[in-house]
Write a protein that binds this ligand. Structure first.
Ligand SMILES: NC(=O)C1=CN([C@@H]2O[C@H](COP(=O)(O)OP(=O)(O)OC[C@H]3O[C@@H](n4cnc5c(N)ncnc54)[C@H](OP(=O)(O)O)[C@@H]3O)[C@@H](O)[C@H]2O)[C@@H](O)CC1
Ligand SMILES: Nc1ncnc2c1ncn2[C@@H]1O[C@H](COP(=O)(O)OP(=O)(O)O)[C@@H](O)[C@H]1O
Ligand SMILES: [K+]
Length: 516
């Protein structure tokens, strides 16, 4: 699903009204009706007090359309206008007048020094204060209003975006935005729903289709895309009946040191379970017996050193090399890594200490083949790009690194983001059960295994992150978040592939889906 920028949404609005020959008021009516339908389907006329807080722009206008339809359907509605500015949008004013036609009770005007209305625990708050048009910090009174929402503990539904959040900037203060239970967003979810500093402001979200021009929707290139099942499926490469292991590549995992052989084992197993035809490990000698014992499907190559990798040389030509897991950053290992990069001809996936070595020896970045996949966790990323001021700054820094060295960077975490060529691919699978030792090693193995069998590096990174999360989601049903361990993610890769290919509704990967 595309994630449009604020500018793109405004232009989509304009194009739609022109091409469909409708007014902006008509489009607002559509938006408000969609929200009404969503509420009505769930509330079925229940007389729970609904408090609708409207700003004076078009987000407030949406709130007023909703007010009118709720009133005409007999709901218990209390509408408030946040009267902090003299400017009112045209469609706000039109809908303000239209409310008059359905009730004798005018919305309550809240001047920005007034007391707040009482909100009961069982009531519902609709937040239509600001949408994507917020353009400056909000004042103290508004912050206190948002705090009042929060302390009421009433269910809070935000329209389009939790008020107070910008689409393209961080907020400085957690009281400066509404903490929504649910957000109904128009046209596309907003990027801030997926970033660590702002995701907390909405627990759940859904996109409402308001019939924007279909050409606009399909041809507009966005800088961010949400990756779900329907983005992944077209990239899936089916197996041929007569294929043999030689058709599905050789993945080589290079890493490990004394005490860190388990990480390599996890990555190797994951590469095989992701579909690589053959998998080899390249480890120090101490890894030979454990790997041969615990990973009978694999081959094991060793360097001369017992405890750590001091040279990397092998006779085979792997389809891809996954390097860095548990490898350490000893000077001898750095030299071996440098020598390897100078003559390497295979595509690369670099993780963990591989990334740490790149961070400490930035000249090595120049030796990476194009479209190398880097999979840093937040600390590794910080070593690589430096401290960031906020999520937006982080994304810019990663884009710059990716562009300069022509590499694909997977920013790991909840909603991992794969960055390449200025574009962000935001993952929708995965759960906090993945916050466990070794889950990153499994991810590296999966991506390496996908490249081995012929997926291009960008697809492998996006698909690998998706599959890793999906497998963890399936495994979490059995094991719960706490008991989920990295091996379970490998064990459930099979069910993850199957669920991806199954055509039933139950395979929908997330409740956060586009409206049907
Ligand atoms: N296709 C779609 O997606 C559709 C979108 N629609 C809806 O339109 C929404 C966007 O509407 P919008 O452009 O009127 O902006 P909105 O967010 O209502 O706020 C602007 C007002 O707030 C004010 N203001 C700003 N900052 C402030 C501050 N800190 N403190 C105080 N005031 C502040 C600002 O004042 P000004 O800068 O003019 O002085 C202005 O008056 C969008 O989110 C969606 O809900 C649908 O109706 C139809 C289809
Ligand atoms: N809360 C979370 N929700 C979803 N995925 C998560 C969460 N926490 C961690 N992950 C995923 O788990 C993996 C952890 O990787 P990493 O920190 O490198 O682990 P390790 O070094 O132990 O192998 C990443 O793929 C990350 O995206
Ligand atoms: K809002």
């Amino acid at each position: 699903m595309k994630i449009f920028s604020k500018e793109q949404i405004y232009s989509g609005d304009k194009i739609t009204t022109e091409r469909q020959n409708i007014s902006s008021t008509d489009l607002m009516e559509r938006a408000g009706v969609k929200i009404f339908n969503w509420i009505h389907a769930r509330m079925q006329g229940a007389q729970v007090p609904i408090h609708i807080f409207c700003g004076i722009g078009n987000n407030g206008g949406d709130g007023l359309v909703l007010t009118r339809h709720l009133i005409t359907h007999g709901y218990n509605v209390h509408t408030y206008i946040i009267n902090c500015s003299d400017k009112r949008s045209k469609d706000f004013l039109i809908n303000y007048d239209r409310v008059k036609q359905v009730t004798k009770t005018w919305p309550t005007l809240l001047n920005c020094s007034d007391d707040f209305p009482e909100i009961g625990l069982e009531d519902i708050i609709v937040d239509a204060v600001f949408g994507i048009g917020l353009n400056r910090p909000i004042d103290e009174w508004l912050k206190n209003l948002f705090k009042h929402f929060r302390s009421s503990k009433a269910f809070t539904l935000s329209i389009d975006i939790p008020s107070g959040l910008y689409t393209d900037r961080p907020i400085v203060d957690e009281d400066a935005a509404v903490w929504a239970d649910f957000t109904l967003s128009f046209a596309s979810p907003k990027l801030v729903f997926f970033l660590p500093e702002t995701a907390q402001y909405t627990q759940e979200w859904m996109v409402l289709d308001i019939g924007l021009d279909s050409d606009f929707l399909s041809t507009t290139q966005t800088i961010a895309e949400l990756i779900g099942k329907f983005e992944i499926l077209p990239n899936y490469i089916p197996r041929h009946k007569f294929s043999h292991k030689g058709n599905h590549g050789l993945a080589l995992i290079v890493g490990g040191r004394y005490g860190m052989i388990g990480a390599v084992t996890l990555a190797c197993k994951a590469a095989l379970a992701a579909g690589s035809g053959l998998v080899s490990a390249y480890v120090p000698k101490c890894g030979y017996v454990p790997l041969q014992t615990s990973f009978p499907e694999g081959m094991v190559l060793t360097c001369d050193d017992e405890q750590m990798i001091t040279s990397i040389s092998f006779q085979t030509q792997p389809s891809v090399v996954g390097i860095g897991i548990g490898i350490g950053t000893h000077a001898k290992t750095v030299s071996a890594f440098r020598a390897f990069l100078e003559q390497n001809k295979s595509p690369l996936v670099v993780d963990a200490d591989g990334i740490n070595m790149l961070s400490k020896n930035k000249d090595l970045l120049k030796l990476l083949p194009t479209q190398t996949v880097l999979t840093p966790h937040p600390k590794e990323l910080e070593r690589l790009i430096g401290v960031w001021k906020n999520d937006f700054d982080k994304l810019e820094k990663v884009k710059a690194l990716s562009k300069e060295h022509n590499v694909i960077v997977v920013i790991k975490g909840a909603n991992s983001i794969t960055v390449f060529d200025g574009k962000l691919y935001i993952n929708t699978t995965g759960n906090p059960g993945l916050a466990t030792a070794g889950s990153g090693d499994v991810l590296t193995g999966i991506i390496t295994g996908l490249i081995a069998q012929g997926y291009n590096a960008l697809v492998a990174a996006i698909f690998g992150v998706y599959l890793h999360g999906l497998s963890a989601d399936i495994a979490a049903f059995k094991h719960g978040y706490e008991s989920l361990i990295a091996s379970h993610v490998i064990d459930h890769l099979g069910p993850a592939f199957l669920s991806l290919l199954k055509k039933t509704k139950e395979t929908e990967e997330s409740s956060q889906s586009k409206e049907k």
